[in-house]
Design a protein around this ligand. Structure first.
Ligand SMILES: [Zn+2]
Length: 395
């Protein structure tokens, strides 16, 4: 593998934007990061960054599909197609995300992930860091786009089998923490390094507190499909939303496509959670990176037809959203241009923060020597010019 030298860039780091930097890769890792020109070597591939921005590759830990494919299709073709679509927009690692479904359908997804990880094409695609299971242990009243037919309770113990079949690929599990048996499930699995994220949940504050004590560290798409303040005999009882805002132990996913949440709410989250407790996620369905039109939400076999227009997928009733069609570049654009967050902070929310939440920050999320050579070159309007993944130019 040839070394790559990218020079003359503004390096976008969590600590600020560094002017006139150069980066050299070697054998898939970052070898040098320096001001001015990196030392050249004979057969290195040199790229003039032309004063563009360079950051660590984007990490999307909640994404269902793109490019016309959904991971729930359960095929190699779907995985490769969706991953390629997101790579064009700067994503170099991801946690393909499942929906509430029958065990057999989930197992097909686990198998496809395993095959694609081992395939010859794996080096040319975003790295699969592991899978994010969204459901089936969710509150039926907060199902959102999850199919209520397949919803279960953790107390039935069925998660043991799901966890076993997913094996080491299981990375994040979105579970409604108030469900019976949810605490035991979290306590039993978190030692395996599985990240628990509270979501699709009608939790009241005491449930949230208990979830934090059991080891939940994340909250799935803040504001969407979750409880907020209710009144019981006149008394106000906070919900998951307020619990997420209050507890520093909880890092929150934010769908920053600019439509799920208006800029004011993005700013409110930034104000309450702060830069380090936010992770930008696309939560994209198969219409991401595709023209407007009709798409199937979920698997081709069992999904429902929704329509994509005005930058988002709409349910047939025209009242609710059916998922995002965002890509990582758009999330950074919205955060910087609409929510008034600095580029350096927005980049951290799409690189270092997700890496840290899943325990990959010892090799991903920042551009420093020894780390994986996953990088994105983009202009001031966050248009992606080049993507480097594992020391290879992939876009
Ligand atoms: Zn989702």
């Amino acid at each position: 593998m040839k070394d790559i030298i990218i020079k003359n860039v503004f390096l976008a780091t969590p600590d600020g934007i560094l002017e006139n930097y150069s980066v050299r890769t070697h054998e898939g890792k970052i070898a040098d990061v320096c001001r001015g020109s990196a030392p050249t070597c004979a057969d290195a591939l040199e790229i003039d960054g032309e004063g563009l921005y360079l950051s660590a590759g984007f990490i999307d830990i909640h994404v269902h599909g793109g490019g016309g494919y959904d991971f729930m299709d359960g095929s190699d073709e779907a995985f490769i197609g969706a991953m390629r679509a997101h790579m064009k927009h700067g994503t170099t690692s991801m946690a393909p995300t499942t929906l509430t479904a029958e065990d057999e359908e989930l197992e097909a997804v686990f198998e496809a992930a395993r095959r694609v990880r081992r395939s010859d094409q794996a080096d040319e695609l975003p790295e699969i860091l592991g899978l994010h299971l969204e459901g089936p242990y969710v509150d039926p009243d907060m199902a959102g786009a999850q199919d209520p037919k397949y919803i279960k309770k953790p107390s039935d113990g069925s998660w043991r089998r799901v966890a076993e079949t997913a094996g080491d690929d299981l990375l994040i599990w979105t579970v409604a923490p108030e469900l019976p048996g949810a605490d035991d499930m979290c306590l039993a699995l978190k030692d395996r390094g599985i990240v628990f994220s509270a979501g699709h949940s009608g939790a009241k504050y005491p449930d949230v507190k208990r979830a934090v004590d059991s080891g939940y560290t994340m909250v799935t798409h803040l504001y969407s499909s979750m409880s907020t303040i209710i009144r019981e005999n006149g008394y106000r009882v906070p919900g998951l939303l307020e619990g997420a805002m209050l507890h520093d132990e909880l890092c929150v996913e934010v769908i920053a496509d600019g439509l799920h949440l208006p800029p004011e709410l993005l700013r409110l989250i930034y104000k309450t959670k702060g830069r380090d407790r936010m992770v930008l996620v696309t939560d994209a369905m198969r219409g991401a990176g595709m023209p407007d039109g009709e798409y199937i939400l979920g698997s081709l076999k069992r999904g429902q037809t929704v329509s994509v227009f005005d930058g988002i997928a709409h349910m047939p009733d025209g009242v609710s959203f059916a998922g995002s069609v965002a890509t990582a570049d758009r999330l950074i654009r919205v955060m910087t241009q609409k929510a008034g967050v600095s580029l350096s902070d927005a980049v951290a929310m799409m690189t270092l923060n997700p890496a840290r939440e899943i325990g990959a920050d010892d090799r991903k999320g920042i551009v420093v020597p020894g780390y994986d050579a996953d990088m994105v070159l983009f202009d001031g309007d966050i248009n992606i010019r080049r993507v480097i993944r594992g020391g290879r130019i992939t876009v």
